[in-house]
Design a protein around this ligand. Structure first.
Ligand code: HEC
Ligand code: HEC
Length: 173
C-alpha cells in the first residue's frame, strides 16, 4: 500500500517537473522584447535629450515589436499623429494606444520630426514622404521601401541605428 502511494506521488512530481521544464524551455525560445534595444547615440540622426528618453523607450517597445521602429525624421509630424491615433494599420490592426504611452510617444515623435508645408499632402508611406527622400540624397530607390528593407543598407536598423551604412554605401561616391 505504502509503496504504491509513493510511486503515485513520484509520478506526480516528475509530471510537474516535466511541465515546469517545458515552460522554462518555451520561455527561452520566445523572442527578446523590443524594449531591450538600447540605441547607440552614434547611430541616431538626432541625439535624444533626457526629457524624451522615456518616450523613445516606449516608442521602441510599442512600434518596434512587429517591424523595426522607424526614426521620427522620416515622416512629417502629421503622419505620426495619424498613425498613433489609427488602429487600422497598413492592412492590419494594431492595439489602440492609451495614455500615458500615447503622450510619451507623441511627445517624442513630435519633437524629432518636422511639420508638413502649408498645403502639402500628408504622406502615408515612406515612398511618398519627402522627408524620407531628403535624408537619402544619394539613393535612387528602385525596389519597394518598407520597414523590412532598411536593413539592406543600414545593418544596424534593428538596433535603431540609421547612421552606419553597409560597406557598399560607405564607399559609394
Ligand atoms: C538602398 C540603400 C538604403 C536603403 C534601402 C535605406 N537607406 Fe537610409 N540611407 C542610405 C544612405 C546611403 C544614407 C546616407 C545619405 C545618402 O548618402 O543618401 C542613408 C541615410 C539615412 C538616414 C539619415 C541618417 C543620418 O543621420 O545621417 C536615415 C534616418 C535613414 N537613412 C533611414 C532609413 C530607413 C528608415 C530606411 C528603411 C525604410 C532606409 N533608410 C532605407 C541608404 C539606404
Ligand atoms: C501588430 C503589428 C504592428 C505593430 C504593433 C505596428 N505595426 Fe507598423 N506595420 C505593420 C505591418 C504588418 C505593416 C506593413 C508592412 C509592410 O508593408 O511590409 C506596417 C507598416 C508600417 C509603416 C509603413 C511604412 C511604409 O511606407 O511601408 C509604418 C510607417 C509603420 N508601420 C509605423 C508603425 C508605428 C508608428 C507603430 C506604433 C504605433 C507601428 N507601426 C506598430 C505591423 C505593425
Amino acid at each position: 500500500m505504502v509503496g504504491k502511494r509513493r510511486t503515485k506521488k513520484g509520478t506526480w512530481i516528475s509530471l510537474l517537473l516535466v511541465c515546469w521544464s517545458l515552460g522554462f524551455g518555451l520561455a527561452h525560445i520566445r523572442p527578446a522584447p523590443a524594449a531591450t534595444i538600447t540605441p547607440d547615440p552614434a547611430g541616431m540622426t538626432d541625439p535624444v535629450s533626457p526629457a524624451y528618453r522615456l518616450g523613445l523607450v516606449t516608442y521602441l517597445h510599442t512600434c518596434g515589436s512587429c517591424h523595426i521602429a522607424l526614426p521620427p525624421e522620416v515622416f512629417p509630424t502629421e503622419t505620426w499623429q495619424s498613425l498613433l491615433l489609427d488602429t487600422q494599420h497598413y492592412g492590419t490592426k494594431i492595439p489602440p494606444l492609451l495614455d500615458p504611452d500615447l503622450h510619451l510617444i507623441w511627445n517624442y515623435l513630435q519633437e524629432y520630426s518636422r511639420p508638413t508645408l502649408a498645403g502639402e499632402i500628408e504622406p502615408y508611406t515612406l515612398a511618398d514622404s519627402r522627408y524620407f527622400h531628403a535624408l537619402h540624397p544619394r539613393v535612387h530607390f528602385t525596389g519597394p521601401v518598407t520597414p523590412n528593407t532598411c536593413v539592406s543598407c543600414h545593418p544596424g536598423a534593428a538596433q535603431y541605428d540609421f547612421r552606419h551604412l553597409s560597406t557598399q554605401w560607405q564607399n559609394a561616391p
